[in-house]
Design a binder for this molecule. Structure first.
Ligand code: GLC
Length: 738
């Protein structure tokens, strides 16, 4: 075994940069390339892996799990390599580690940054307790295309909401200090534009203007960089012909020069090698060149850097000072994590994963993620005293694995409580429960289980149906061209509806589904996304009124897939229309004259409106917004406008409302969206209570990138709305003066 050479790193120097520079000066080229290489575990500590670590050829490992193995891997790096540089241990801790939170799209429906931060903190503690020190999260891609499976991992369609919730996740993962021991480095991804994948297929071409990038897609990344995120991950995407992992505009001009990012960038899995597949590089050597040239500090899994950096240097295609800079970026994060001083993990330093406090966080996250989309005649909450027989039907009623959703590599299925289990625990023997799956899985296309399900429904006065998508139908590479309920779920729902029972439909899915027809066959519709470990108790509490639904849609629900892309902050177009002005296809008179329908922007067979708009969610009470007041009718650039509104609980239950502030810049140097979310807050009101809500709007909050790509706020008129969803009607206007 090569004697470990004293690294003479003065661990006491308090200038982190000195420590980094001191170390880089001692590194061989091979060791530098090692730091820029992330290998995949999963195979355990093989001889090859051990040797590579001893030779300083591994800077990071991902997908190796198990405290004993990871501590041993760190020990080899610290004690058996020449310089003793600890490894970054990466894992996709996307929405929980052992205790699963709702999928990120579900968490986003809570519109609750404090709760989301708490969830990320819990996930960080559970992951850190098993030796993980780097997560590839939060995923903050903006998308308006629910065909794309990865919408499940996003925080929704809106730039402001994603910016606020994304930074909350970063803060949760990274804690007060990266070096506090139970923090893990966060990694915002996928930089950038991945959510605009053509036709909602994963990894597809992305054709997006710089204006759309700067005004819609990049601001959440900027917000997370400003919040101190340690790392970013490049997207697989071919972005306007220049793949993100070879895109100097993104990685150098924007990220480093404009934003001053000082962490490091890791490619996505094999994304450097895939530059050749894209046809952007002729071979692996030139793929390495393009990625280096663009600014990718670390290569995930593929070995273009390992195999070709030395040649690129020898051929003078790149300079070693570039390599040194990338290595410094990586080492800085390792020092900030405190890995040189504390490379090992002691389980005893951490709370037990899955403890009651963590389960309560997961339950609260699931509670606030559920969105009540329909509730005819106040069907919900159910009143136990009125129920003797309750049918619980559907493939998602009792499936712990499926309710965790996508990206649950390490989730503990056995900790999950399903809706059936939770309802049984809640109602005990006070109610006769009749259970029938009706369909084996969400994709089952036969009626074998229908009769048993109909029989259970016939015996009951209330039917609870649990339907949706299995976890595999969303997430990476799992895109759908038709986003109806899969299988024969609609068929089962329709047959049950014909029995005339009180029917509540709970949907668990990784995306908004097209429920235009489905919703008509249930009296109430609760959307639970994939709610995670405590989905069952949360749904049971909501159904039986122990809690009131708070959630609001973080993404628009289309009526039919043909409306996609459909989102609230559309442009006005030169020929806007209103739903009330539309003649639908079936109502068009025979031989109608060509221009008789008007020439405006809508679909003959779907109209203009979505099924459910962005920001929508019902409550068990009703709210009334009134008396909007502005602190001024006009303000100067650089000033702040205060908007006050009175919100009253006009219903029969105490509840929480997520109030939303939308703005429209009437005329701009480029066209501006008809509405943009600029603020939101949770307000809790007792029955009959009225509160005054105040929003502060600074002129810089209204800035956008204009034709010249300058970030400006322009003088002019602005409209403001405050309400409970993106169709808010309580309106006011103000001016910004020159
Ligand atoms: C995957 C995903 C990325 C993930 C990485 C590591 O392909 O695109 O989001 O973090 O590889 O698993």
């Amino acid at each position: 075994m090569k004697q470990k050479e004293q690294t003479c790193i003065d661990l006491k120097t308090d200038r982190l940069l000195d420590r980094v520079n001191d170390l880089v000066e001692r590194m061989t080229l091979s060791e530098k390339i090692g730091q820029m290489s992330q290998v995949t575990g999963m195979g355990g500590l093989t001889d090859n892996l051990r040797l590579a670590i001893q030779q300083g050829k591994v800077g990071s490992i991902l997908n190796e799990v198990g405290l004993e193995s990871l501590n041993e891997i760190q020990r080899i790096a610290m004690e058996e390599s020449r310089l003793g540089i600890p490894l970054l241990i990466g894992r996709d801790v996307i929405h929980g580690f052992r205790t699963m939170l709702p999928i990120p799209l579900g968490q986003a429906a809570s519109w609750n940054p404090e709760l989301i931060k708490k969830g990320a903190r819990m996930a960080a503690i559970e992951a850190a307790s098993e030796g993980i020190n780097w997560t590839f999260a939060p995923m903050i891609d903006i998308t308006r295309d629910p065909r794309w499976g990865r919408i499940a991992e996003t925080l929704g369609e809106d730039t402001h909401l994603t910016s606020v919730l994304g930074t909350a996740m970063v803060e949760g993962f990274q804690g007060e200090k990266l070096s506090q021991g139970d923090s893990i480095a966060a990694c915002v991804k996928h930089y950038a534009g991945y959510g605009y994948s053509e036709s909602g297929k994963d990894y597809a071409y992305v054709n997006i203007s710089e204006s759309e990038l700067r005004n819609v897609v990049l601001p959440p990344f900027r917000a997370c960089v400003d919040a101190g995120v340690a790392t970013l991950m490049t997207a697989f995407s071919d972005l306007n012909g220049i793949p993100a992992s070879g895109n100097e505009f993104l990685l150098k001009k924007v990220l480093r020069e404009e934003w001053g990012f000082s962490g490091f960038v890791v490619s996505d899995w094999d994304a450097v090698k895939e530059l050749k597949v894209h046809g952007f590089a002729e071979d692996n050597k030139m793929a390495a060149f393009e990625a280096l040239q663009a600014g990718v500090d670390m290569e995930m899994v593929s070995t273009c850097y390992q195999g070709h950096i030395a040649t690129l240097l020898r051929e003078g295609l790149i300079e070693e000072k570039i390599i040194d800079q990338y290595v410094r970026n990586i080492l800085r994060v390792k020092f900030e994590l405190g890995l040189f001083e504390n490379p090992y993990t002691k389980a005893a330093d951490f709370p037990v994963s899955g403890n009651p406090e963590f389960l309560q966080i997961a339950k609260q996250a699931a509670l606030e993620s559920c969105v009540l989309l329909k509730n005819d005649y106040d069907k919900l909450p159910l009143r136990l005293e009125n129920i003797q027989n309750l049918a619980i039907i559907g493939p998602m009623a009792d499936d712990a694995y499926e309710q965790m959703g996508t990206w649950t590599f390490d989730g503990k299925e056995e900790w999950c409580q399903t809706p059936l289990q939770a309802i049984r625990a809640m109602v005990g023997d006070r109610v006769n429960i009749h259970v029938a799956k009706g369909l084996e899985t969400t994709r089952t296309k036969n009626r074998d289980g229908f009769e048993a399900a109909l029989e259970a429904a016939r015996k009951s006065d209330t039917v609870l149906l649990f339907m949706g998508e299995e976890a595999i139908l969303s997430g990476e590479a799992h895109c759908r061209a038709d986003i109806n309920l899969p299988g024969f779920q609609n068929e089962l729902l329709k047959e049950i509806a014909q029995l005339g029972k009180s029917t509540v439909l709970v949907i668990m899915a990784g995306r908004p589904l097209t429920l235009g027809e489905t919703k008509d066959y249930a009296n109430a519709l609760l959307y639970a996304w994939h709610p995670g470990t405590m989905g069952g108790p949360a749904i049971a509490d909501l159904i039986f009124g122990k809690a009131s639904p708070v959630g609001k849609t973080p993404v628009t629900f289309p009526k039919v897939v043909g409306q996609i892309p459909i989102y609230y902050n559309q442009r006005n177009t030169g020929r806007p229309t209103r739903e009330e002005d539309i003649t639908f296809m079936n109502d068009i008179p025979v031989r109608a004259a060509q221009t008789s329908l008007g020439n405006t922007s809508f679909h003959l067979d779907a109209g203009l409106e979505p099924l459910y708009p962005f920001g929508f969610g019902l409550s068990y009470t009703t709210f009334h917004y009134h008396n909007i007041q502005l602190s001024a009718e006009q303000i100067n650039l650089g000033e702040t406008l205060e908007i006050k509104v009175e919100l009253s609980n006009t219903g029969s239950r105490a509840a929480t409302e997520i109030t939303q502030l939308y703005v429209r810049d009437i005329v701009g140097n480029i066209t501006r969206p008809i509405r943009e979310l600029k603020g939101f807050q949770q307000v809790h009101l007792a029955v009959g209570e009225t509160k005054t809500i105040a929003f502060q709007l600074h002129t810089k909050d209204l800035a956008f990138y204009n034709r010249k790509m300058d970030l400006v706020t322009e003088p002019g008129q602005f409209n403001i709305w405050v309400g409970g969803d993106s169709n808010a009607s309580l309106q006011a206007s103000f001016w910004i003066k020159k």
